[in-house]
Design a protein around this ligand. Structure first.
Ligand code: MLT
Length: 261
């Protein structure tokens, strides 16, 4: 199992393919395993590196709140450990929040951005209160209430049953404390639309047509902020388009990454 020590903690990652490095941050509350259709068929000429955020999967928990900046900094430390000066940076949903925090903090290490079913806006007050309530729920009752609340909102109507089962099992197996720390971290995140306005590289914004968590309007706002961005709307897919329509998403990733090289 590949792990690297980051500030005395183990950070786990998985890899597939070789060539252009592509660092993938996963969504909430999943693990790097949630990229299985991409890791099983990496885009030609690309090295996918998917990390378990601190407190998720096989990565050890950090102290206090897991802010998006800290998760991004863990990613930069992983690139250091792998001796990679830069990479394409990307992620689904919370992974997109971390990617934008990475681009803000490490602009020279961000070759291009993959923003999948995500948004650049921060939470409003009600949203922050919901993050705190879910953090407390996870601490008091474990992962079951989080999984039960999320499952009905994650997928579009055509999602394969196998993808749903695998994601539900992944959520239920996660550490409630690590999950609570990331929930609070998402609540504390900043608006990053300005990062996109200034980003000079290629950007792919991809969204499931039926995503109810980070809907198409959020994707359009990101694409509009960044005139060179490519916007892909995946018909029939919900919030986890990369698992619901993997062939379609892998094709979009392959075409986009071919332009980056
Ligand atoms: C995710 O999929 O990472 C979360 O749904 C993101 C969020 O709750 O904002």
């Amino acid at each position: 199992m590949p792990t690297v020590p980051i500030a005395g903690r183990k950070l786990f990652y998985r890899e597939a393919g070789s060539g252009l490095p592509v660092l993938l941050f996963h969504g909430f509350p999943f693990t790097s395993e949630s990229y299985w259709p991409q890791l099983d068929a990496p885009p030609r000429g690309c090295r996918l590196i998917a990390v378990d955020h601190r407190g998720f999967g096989l990565s050890e928990r950090g102290p206090g709140v897991s802010t998006m900046e800290e998760l991004a900094t863990d990613g930069a430390a992983l690139l250091d450990a792998l001796k990679l000066p830069s990479a394409v940076i990307g992620g689904v949903s919370m992974g997109g929040y971390v990617s934008l925090a990475f681009a803000k903090k490490f602009p020279n290490r961000t070759k291009a951005l993959l923003l999948l079913d995500t948004q650049a806006s921060a939470d409003d007050e009600a949203g922050r209160a919901r993050r705190e309530a879910s953090a407390k729920d996870a601490e008091a009752h474990g992962m079951a209430p989080i999984a039960e609340a999320m499952m009905p909102r994650l997928f579009g109507p055509e999602a394969p049953a196998q993808a749903k089962e695998r994601i539900e099992a992944m959520m239920r197996a996660n550490d409630p404390q690590g999950t609570a720390a990331a929930s609070r971290g998402m609540g504390a995140r900043e608006d990053t639309l300005d990062v996109l306005r200034k980003f000079p590289g290629h950007v792919l914004v991809l969204v499931g047509e039926k995503d109810v968590i980070t809907p198409v309007e959020k994707a359009k706002a990101m694409a509009e902020a960044c005139p060179g961005a490519t916007l892909e709307v995946v018909e029939g897919a919900g919030h986890l388009a990369h698992l619901e329509k993997p062939e379609r998403v892998n094709k979009a990733l392959g075409e986009f990454l071919a332009k980056v090289k």
